[in-house]
Design a protein around this ligand. Structure first.
Ligand code: PMP
Length: 295
C-alpha cells in the first residue's frame, strides 16, 4: 500500500506515510472506534483525474462520525481539495482513497475532545475481480442494528466482515452473503446486493445495511433508463431462482454472480439487465458519455 515515497494527508499537512506514528493507546486501535470511507478516483475518458461522488463520500464520513459521537471539524470541500492534492503528490489517477477518522489515546469509553484524520491513497487493485463470483450464504449475520450504528461506516463493524469473508474463502468460495438478524438477505462483507428477476431489480431496504453510494448510483442509472428497481426484503431462497445477482460497492463496482450456494444463476450474465448496469456504471465513473436510452 505504501513505500518510502508515499505521501498521505494528516490533520492539515502532507507527510510521508512511512513516518506517521500512531498512539498505541488510541481508543481506535483497542476498541475499533474509528470511522472511515472507501472512495475511488478514475482517470476519465478525457484524461482528467476525477474522484467519483466525492461529496457523497465525505458527507457520509461526517455522518458516520456523528453517529458514533466523534468530534469532526473538517468541511467537505477542504477534504476533497486535500484528496486531490494527495493523489497528485503520489502521481495517482486510478486510485483507492481511504480517509480514516480516529481517536486519541483513551482507554476509557468516554467521548473525546479531539479526533484525527488521515487520507491514504494507493493504486487501485482489483477487489473482487472481473470474473463472476461464486457466493456462499454466510453462517454470520450482519451486526444487530440495535447494538451498532449500522449506517455508520465504523471500523469495528468490519470484524464481522472479516469473519464472513474469511469463512467463505476457507470454504472455496469467492465471497460471502450475510443475512440480517431477522433472516432476510442484508449485504456482502463490503458491498450491497441486487438481484434480477423477470426484467426487474430488487435490493434490500436500508435499516440493516450500509446505505451504499454505489447502490444509490444504481437507482439513478435505473431511473434514467426506465429499469424497474424495488427495495424489498427477500431471502436466500429467492436468490436461488434469480435470473442474475450482483454485488456493488465503490471498490467492487458492479460484479456479477455465477452461483449462490452452488446453484447457478438462471440467466447467462451477458443476457441480463444487470450486465447493462455493470457497463453503464463503468461508463459513468470514467465519464464516457452515453445516452441513457442505449441501456
Ligand atoms: N456494505 C458494506 C458493508 C460496505 O463496506 C460497502 C463498501 N463501502 C458497501 C456496502 C457499499 O458501499 P459503497 O457503494 O458506498 O462503497
Amino acid at each position: 500500500y505504501y513505500d518510502n515515497n508515499t505521501i498521505l494527508y494528516h490533520n492539515g499537512s502532507f507527510l510521508k506515510a512511512a513516518e506517521l506514528t500512531m498512539d498505541l493507546y488510541s481508543q481506535s486501535l483497542h476498541y475499533g472506534y474509528s470511522v472511515f470511507e472507501g472512495i475511488r478516483s478514475y482517470r476519465t475518458a478525457s484524461g482528467e483525474t476525477r474522484i467519483f461522488k466525492a461529496t457523497e463520500h465525505y458527507e457520509r464520513l461526517e455522518r458516520s462520525a456523528a453517529l458514533v459521537n466523534m468530534p469532526y471539524h473538517w468541511s467537505v470541500n477542504q477534504l476533497i481539495d486535500a484528496t486531490y492534492e494527495t493523489l497528485s503528490r503520489n502521481n495517482l489517477q486510478d486510485a483507492y482513497i481511504r480517509p480514516l477518522v480516529y481517536a486519541p489515546a483513551n482507554m476509557s469509553f468516554n467521548v473525546n475532545t479531539e479526533s484525527y484524520i488521515t487520507i491514504q491513497v494507493w493504486e487501485m487493485q482489483p477487489f473482487l475481480g472481473d470474473k463472476l463470483l461464486r457466493v456462499m450464504g454466510s453462517s454470520f449475520q450482519r451486526p444487530n442494528p440495535r447494538g451498532f450504528r449500522i449506517e455508520a461506516k465504523a471500523s469495528g463493524h468490519y470484524v464481522n466482515s472479516i469473519l464472513a469473508s474469511q469463512e467463505a474463502k476457507a470454504k472455496g468460495y469467492d465471497e460471502a452473503l450475510l443475512n440480517d438478524i431477522n433472516g432476510f438477505v442484508a449485504e456482502g462483507p463490503g458491498a450491497n446486493i441486487f438481484f434480477e428477476k423477470n426484467g426487474k431489480l430488487y435490493t434490500p431496504p436500508t435499516g440493516n445495511i450500509l446505505p451504499g453510494i454505489t447502490r444509490a448510483t444504481i437507482f439513478e442509472l435505473c431511473g434514467e433508463s426506465g429499469i424497474e428497481v424495488e427495495e424489498k426484503l427477500f431471502t436466500t431462497e429467492d436468490l436461488k431462482q434469480a435470473d442474475a445477482a450482483f454485488f456493488c460497492g465503490t471498490a467492487a463496482e458492479v460484479v456479477g454472480w455465477q452461483s449462490f450456494d452452488d446453484v447457478p444463476m438462471v440467466k447467462e450474465w451477458n443476457d441480463t439487465i444487470s450486465r447493462k448496469i455493470q457497463l453503464a456504471y463503468k461508463e459513468l465513473v470514467t465519464e464516457k458519455i452515453t445516452e441513457p436510452s442505449t441501456l
